[in-house]
Write a protein that binds this ligand. Structure first.
Ligand code: I24
Ligand code: DGL
Length: 269
């Protein structure tokens, strides 16, 4: 039997990575877990993000996946090193692929990063960028108001543009050559972000780059799916499965099966 690619996120945002993996690797079976009962992770303490990510990985390992993809920027920023140290399959996060794309795009070496509080506080993008190219200048900004905005379906509107302008005020006039959208939800705000930045700036979203990384790793390991039959994906969420299914089907444009998961542990610690 073909082994699946396990993809996890704090909620529904990681579906952007799912869509891109489906497009770039249509033969691969995906098992997705969205922690919708405990979303968002962005404002949570690191111990919680570490624990929650570990719980999801433990859950997903029962399916014997060939790879784990952490599609959430916050979970990648905080937990990927620990997860790598406890599993023996490749663990791909969204930060390194995004950092690499930014360095490829950057001409003058000034890169902006926006993300949740957890992602920015961790300095994970800064470290990833400087590990590749030490003299790069990194300008980081937490934008905690933008995830709720997208989840209310507010993008490409006057209201969303005003909210994005407010959130980006500290970096709007900065001469960035590219801006990493370091959060699953921000690509929905691309037009609003482009409109409020004072200079043209290349926006980097990690989903495409991450799917490419998945593709590269599977190719080098000789593990690309070979079955010509279309895979049947499986989706799990810890919250309301109907709501999740609705959002996922709208976004992915196809019917999907969703199973609710009840944590055997308290939600809040
Ligand atoms: N988009 C997101 N989250 C939502 C939403 C949305 N509701 C409408 N749209 N709700 O994220 C999150 C609320 N949680 C609560 C806990 O259970 C799960 C849901 C961004 C989309 C990520 C693919 C608008 C919407 C949509 C489909 C696609 C895109 C989109 F319904 F913006
Ligand atoms: N998925 C998260 C991220 O990419 C955003 C939503 C959350 O805060 O949980 O950082």
């Amino acid at each position: 039997m073909e082994q699946a690619i396990a993809i996890l996120d704090s909620g529904v945002g990681g579906l952007t990575v799912v869509k891109e993996v489906m497009r770039q690797l249509p033969q691969e079976k995906i098992i997705y877990f969205g922690d919708t009962a405990r979303t968002p992770y962005g404002p949570r303490p690191y111990e919680e993000i570490n624990l929650f990510t570990r719980q999801i990985v433990d859950y997903l390992l029962q399916f014997r996946p060939k790879m784990i993809v952490i599609a959430c920027n916050t979970a990648t920023a905080v937990a990927i090193d620990r997860i790598r140290s406890v599993v023996n399959i490749p663990v791909v996060g969204v930060i390194h692929p995004g950092a690499r794309a930014a360095i490829k795009m950057s001409r003058r070496g000034i890169v902006g990063v926006i993300g949740t509080e957890g992602t920015i506080r961790s300095k994970a993008y800064e470290h990833a960028l400087k590990e590749i190219s030490p003299y790069i200048e990194v300008v980081s900004l937490a934008c905690p108001t933008l995830v709720p905005l997208v989840e209310e379906g507010k993008f490409n509107t006057d209201e969303s543009r005003a909210a994005v302008r407010e959130a980006l005020t500290p970096i709007r006039t900065y001469p960035l050559d590219c801006l990493i959208l370091g959060c699953t939800h921000y690509p929905f705000l691309s037009k609003d972000i482009e409109a409020v930045m004072e200079r043209p700036v290349a926006l980097i979203s990690s989903a495409e780059e991450t799917a490419r990384e998945v593709s590269t790793i599977l190719y080098h390991r000789g593990q690309l799916a070979r079955s010509k039959q279309l895979p049947v994906h499986q989706f799990f969420c810890s919250g309301d499965a109907r709501m999740f299914q609705q959002i996922a089907q709208t976004w992915l444009g196809e019917h999907i099966m969703v199973s609710p998961v009840v944590w055997q542990v308290p939600n809040i610690i």
